[in-house]
Design a binder for this molecule. Structure first.
Ligand code: FES
Length: 79
């Protein structure tokens, strides 16, 4: 597996908490999208750490092909 699995072709909105540590799933295999559940261990991918600077709603990338991970940049419309 050298390409990430497409978990879903749309963003995943989550209300995040300031200073909480999140690990966004890069491999696309996690059952807890958009976050890592350890499933990447059989792949070349690693999760991306994200710590919000404030409480807010974040649109995480669900397709895993965003050029601005862990955030959705609309790339899912082209894949
Ligand atoms: S489960 Fe996908 S990066 Fe960890």
């Amino acid at each position: 597996m050298n390409k990430p699995n497409i978990a879903q072709k749309k963003s995943i909105p989550i209300d995040v908490e300031k200073n909480k540590i999140y690990y966004w799933c890069k491999c696309g295999l996690s059952k807890k999208q958009p976050f890592c559940d350890g499933s990447h261990k059989t792949t070349v991918f690693k999760p991306i750490k994200y710590i919000p600077e404030q409480n807010k709603r974040v649109f995480f990338c669900g397709c895993k092909y965003s050029l601005k991970p862990p955030f959705c940049d609309g790339t899912h419309k082209k894949i």
